[in-house]
Design a protein around this ligand. Structure first.
Ligand code: MSP
Length: 649
């Protein structure tokens, strides 16, 4: 039996409900899985939830549930969202299950037998919130780099001999240039490994939740060591003699924050140690940002994918299943493959209107209407599509395939969307209405070219917007529209459904109603917006030279702490981070921002302003803000997150 194509997503923590961020990687994996199935491969697509962290017990207690009840309830929410989003996973793994425990313990014992796991005393700082040991040199003001409280712990623990894998890992990465993708992130991993790998403490004391260390019940396996093994559990290793039908993964997908240290270093080292085969590709994409603030339930800025779909139904009047496709489409179209990107409702709407309503929807509606008008609704038998249409489709298909060799699903989608874009131009140029009027013999071939392009586009877009493509095939007159085309037949002009009758056009992607959109945006505003101030008049200020301007050192900074200054109704005392320097800055933003609004936010500061005393406190810089209405302040922030200390010009 040929090995199955094996694609995985990270398994998600159960301390947060699913949102568009956690759905992104899963939908990317879904596109890959669907593509491989169309290519005739048997696929195992794995996703799931990471349920063994020590924080789980805390969260459960807070919510008045047992740990098991808690993980069951959150995990189910992931299942519901992924099902609702049409994700075609084959296995949804949960690491609190028995199967996984057995696999973790078997791998632990195997590595122990090989002398790669040993007992030693750990003494050092421990960040309980992040479940991570922190080096003394990494502490910032007595806290972990994430800003959490740390505790001093001294206990016997089990260590994984990660240091032994420094050279073998480097050799593997260098010999396999497409093992880690994209190349920019691969370079980060190389420098991380070259900077020196240290053995890793892989157990924690047992507080009643987690996977006990075999033969040492006083400890549980560190959640990361345990979580990575989920990819092996799903293959049935070690009991299933056919585990190699599935394992290793063809591609592990994730975002950048868990790539370098975990998926690109620790995981391959664990596999090398156990003598197990390494994944073919490990791919990390960037982050979706959600405005200046980090998405969190308490801030009320979580974008839930199914709710986003309901909003699209309301704004457009499209069918609910089509709105699901619209969300899938926006996730893929906006995928931050190399950098990061802002994910906003406006961008989702823009892509819907541009790609789905205008390009694809229009091409379909026009083609169907003309087919009814000019060829009696029939795909004329024997009239082969024109060579230029075939050449265009085949080049788009080749571009799709090329993009998918590096799992650049956003570029693959672009390649497929080039077909309806070309088709709309083709219609304008060929003018089928003139051909019909002049009884030109080329008419049937032109009409069939149009139908062929739509059919081909639907074949490829099937991976991203599957329900819409079924509807497109139905409208194109297919008897079995649910049946997607095998990949090899896409773009083959012989595969056109000659002789069938197309349906009456029924727009699949109605455009967004701008009035409705505006109404919805107004409704979702927590408070009525203050009336817009009249536009300030621009009065040319006194000129300065570029040299004058360059004297001002503007930097990106992050607010670490914020509190109102005692006795002042205006000033907030901020502690900000500029590169690795902490500064105190006083800012007159108390009326407009609470401490909660400010902490974590990036701002722009004047970093070389002479320190000044305000209300008896030193202010070592200035935070930039625009003048809002009635003397309020509107903080400036970089449009995308940038490292603290980045210069601003
Ligand atoms: N449980 C670990 C992973 C263990 S895998 C063996 C974990 N879980 S997580 O819930 O924090 O999920 C992180 C992953 O969710 C990211 O790597 C990424 O795949 C996805 N994303 C979550 N939020 C995201 C964005 N805002 N943007 C892009 N991807 C996002 O880490």
């Amino acid at each position: 039996m040929p090995k199955r194509f094996y694609v995985t997503t990270p398994i998600y923590y159960v301390n947060s409900v699913p949102h568009v961020g956690t759905t992104l990687t899963t939908v990317v994996a879904d596109v890959i899985a669907r593509y491989e199935r169309l290519r005739g491969n048997e696929v195992t697509f794995l996703t799931g939830t990471d349920e063994n962290g020590t924080k789980v017990a805390e969260a459960a207690e807070k919510n008045g549930m047992s740990a098991q009840q808690w993980v069951d309830s959150v995990s189910k929410q992931f299942v519901d969202v992924f099902d609702g989003m049409g994700v075609s996973y084959d296995v949804f793994i949960r690491t609190s299950g028995d199967e996984h425990r057995k696999t973790v313990q078997a791998l632990f014992s195997l590595l122990q037998e090989k002398g790669l796991i040993y007992l030693d005393k750990y003494s050092g700082w421990y960040d309980v919130a992040s479940e991570a040991f922190v080096r003394e040199s990494d502490l910032v003001d007595g806290k972990s780099p994430e800003g959490n409280e740390v505790q001093w712990v001294e206990e016997d623990n089990w260590f994984f001999r990660l240091s032994a894998f420094q050279e073998p890992l480097l050799a593997h990465i260098e010999a396999n240039p497409d093992f880690l993708l994209p190349a920019s992130r691969r370079n980060e991993v190389l420098s991380f490994i070259k900077s020196g790998l240290r053995d890793m403490c892989i157990t924690r004391s047992n507080s009643g939740w987690g996977i006990p260390v075999p033969g040492d019940d006083s400890k549980v396996v560190y959640v990361w060591f345990d979580a990575l093994i989920n990819y092996l559990t799903a293959s049935g290793w070690p009991d299933n003699p056919n585990w190699q039908d599935v394992f290793p993964a063809d591609v592990h997908l994730m975002a950048k924050e868990i790539f370098t240290r975990f998926h690109a270093t620790l995981w391959p080292a664990m596999l090398m140690g156990a003598g197990l085969p390494l994944p073919k590709h490990v791919v990390a994409h960037g982050w979706f940002n959600f405005g200046a603030e980090k998405m969190s339930k308490s801030k009320g800025n979580v974008i839930a994918p199914l709710e986003l779909a309901s909003e699209i139904v309301e704004k457009t009047g499209c069918a609910p299943e089509i709105a699901i496709d619209a969300v899938r489409h926006s996730l893929i179209a906006l995928l931050p493959y190399e950098g990061d990107t802002n994910f906003t409702r406006d961008e989702v709407d823009r892509r819907y209107n541009a790609d789905l309503a205008n390009d694809l929807g229009n091409a379909l509606n026009r083609t169907l209407a003309m087919t009814h008008k000019f060829t009696g609704g029939v795909v004329t038998a024997g009239a082969e599509p024109l060579a230029e249409a075939v050449a265009h489709v085949q080049s788009c298909k080749a571009n799709w395939e090329q993009a998918m060799t590096e799992f650049r699903v956003h570029s693959a989608l672009e390649a497929a969307l080039e077909i309806p874009r070309f088709l709309n131009k083709f219609i304008d140029e060929q003018k089928p209405w003139d051909l019909s009027k002049n009884q030109d013999a080329r008419l049937p071939a032109v009409m069939n070219s149009m139908l062929y392009m739509l059919q081909s586009a639907a074949g490829m877009l099937e991976c991203v917007i599957p329900t819409s493509c079924i509807e497109i095939r139905r409208q194109l007159g297919f008897d079995n529209p649910e049946r997607a085309a095998a990949w090899q037949t896409i773009g083959d002009p012989r595969a056109l459904n000659y002789g069938s009758t197309v349906a009456t056009p029924n727009p699949i992607f109605p455009r967004i109603d701008p009035k409705k959109k505006q109404e919805m945006e107004q409704e979702s505003q927590p408070e009525p917006k203050p009336a817009k101030p009249s536009k300030p008049k621009f009065e040319p200020p006194a000129e300065i030279t570029i040299e004058d301007f360059m004297k001002v050192s503007l930097k990106v900074a992050r607010i670490l702490e914020a509190e109102p200054v005692e006795g002042s109704s205006k000033l907030m005392k901020l502690q900000v981070l500029i590169a690795d320097e902490k500064r105190q800055i006083l800012a007159g933003v108390q009326k407009d921002y609470t401490a909660l609004d400010l902490v974590g936010r990036q701002v722009i500061v004047v970093a070389n302003l002479k320190p000044a005393k305000l209300m008896g406190l030193e202010s070592q810089g200035m935070v930039l803000a625009a003048d809002g209405p009635n003397g309020s302040a509107i903080l400036l922030a970089p449009e995308q997150e940038a490292p603290e200390g980045t210069a601003v010009h």
